[in-house]
Design a binder for this molecule. Structure first.
Ligand code: PLP
Length: 329
């Protein structure tokens, strides 16, 4: 595993570690024991969230390969793109963002933060993940011809190497849970490009845990997310030199696309209820794009008694708070 260890010039493991704690008031209201893993508070506003756990591996790879430029993609308000730009700057690399959609008149949320960081942003007009990846690859070819050495990171930094950040995160959570004498029956997490949940699933298998993992899609169909998770798992096991295959269909993993509502980024009633609940009872902010919908899925499981009385729930907060400042409440 040594040759995979993230570069020490980046955030140390202590800096990236997030708290695991019980949610007393929300637990009382929902009548279940609910805990939270705070990856919304694992860095400053520019690096915060799930992405930096993946980026530690990906940017270490970029440095090893002698890149001078890091180029990635996402939606106009992408958390991943903002975090990639910030971490590239911290390493002295030039970030370029080839974002989907069109240039926006008003600068809000992550878009505003990219502007403050002085990041070069190109709008490709792409809307699907596939189109965004085509556009970023094309742009990378263009800047290579101009003499730069780009390292290309696909949507969400979701590949096998990036997922290893969440294998580590699972181990971190296990240590914290053991210290607090808790074991989880359920783990709820948002799933966008699939790398975060893939790492958690792999981590769960490595620990031989029976925890049921529920992935709530932010926009992709279950079929598309599943394909992405399978490919991340194949690549991640290969990176670790692990001969055991992880078969998604044999595991207690449940994926859902019915909490998306009208589409990616569109607030839902269930999501906004979850956002107000966590903010008003625990003073914790969810974001409307990812984590509020994941929490809405968790609340729905509880109300439908799929999570039974006495079972312990972990809600994995994946961040996204800066993106919240791109909508009107
Ligand atoms: C805040 C937040 N939560 C969850 C996700 C989903 O993570 P992943 O793309 O690894 O599935 C993302 C990114 O897409 C995100 O920005």
């Amino acid at each position: 595993m040594n040759n995979l260890s993230p570069n020490h010039t980046m955030m140390s493991e202590q800096q990236i570690e997030s708290q695991l704690h019980f949610l007393p008031r929300v637990s009382a209201i929902l009548d279940r024991e609910i805990w939270i893993k705070r990856d919304d508070a694992n860095g400053d506003l520019l690096t915060v969230g799930n992405k930096q756990r993946k980026l530690r591996y990906l940017l270490t790879d970029a440095m090893r390969k002698g890149a001078d430029t890091v180029i990635t993609t996402g939606g106009p308000n992408s958390n991943h793109a903002r975090a990639t730009a910030a971490m590239a700057i911290q390493l002295g690399l030039k970030p370029i963002l080839v974002l989907g959609g069109q240039k926006q008149e008003s600068k809000q949320g992550n878009y505003l933060l990219n502007h403050y960081m002085g990041v070069e942003v190109v709008f490709s007009g792409a809307s699907t993940h596939k189109e965004m990846e085509q556009a970023v690859n094309q742009h990378a070819e263009k800047i290579k011809a101009e003499g730069l050495h780009p390292y290309v990171i696909g949507v969400g930094g979701s590949n096998g190497l990036g997922s290893l950040g969440y294998v580590d995160a699972y181990a971190e959570m296990k240590e914290q849970a053991a210290a607090q004498n808790v074991q989880f029956d359920w783990l709820f997490v948002s799933a966008g490009s699939g790398g975060t949940i893939a790492g958690l699933i792999y981590g769960c298998c490595l620990h031989k845990d029976a925890t049921r993992i529920v992935g709530v899609s932010s926009g992709q169909t279950v079929t598309d997310i599943k394909a992405k998770i399978v490919s991340c798992l194949e690549e991640a096991t290969a990176w670790k030199g692990d001969n055991q295959e992880v078969h998604l269909d044999d595991l207690p993993v449940y994926l859902h696309d019915e909490y998306i509502g009208e589409g990616y980024g569109c607030p839902t009633d269930g999501g906004m209820e979850a956002l107000h609940l966590l903010a008003s009872k625990e003073a914790i902010l969810l974001d409307h794009v990812y984590t509020a919908k994941a929490m809405a899925g968790c609340i729905d499981y509880i109300r439908k008694e799929k999570v039974r009385p006495g079972e312990k729930v972990l809600f994995w907060h994946t961040g996204g708070t800066p993106g919240l400042f791109a909508i009107n409440g």
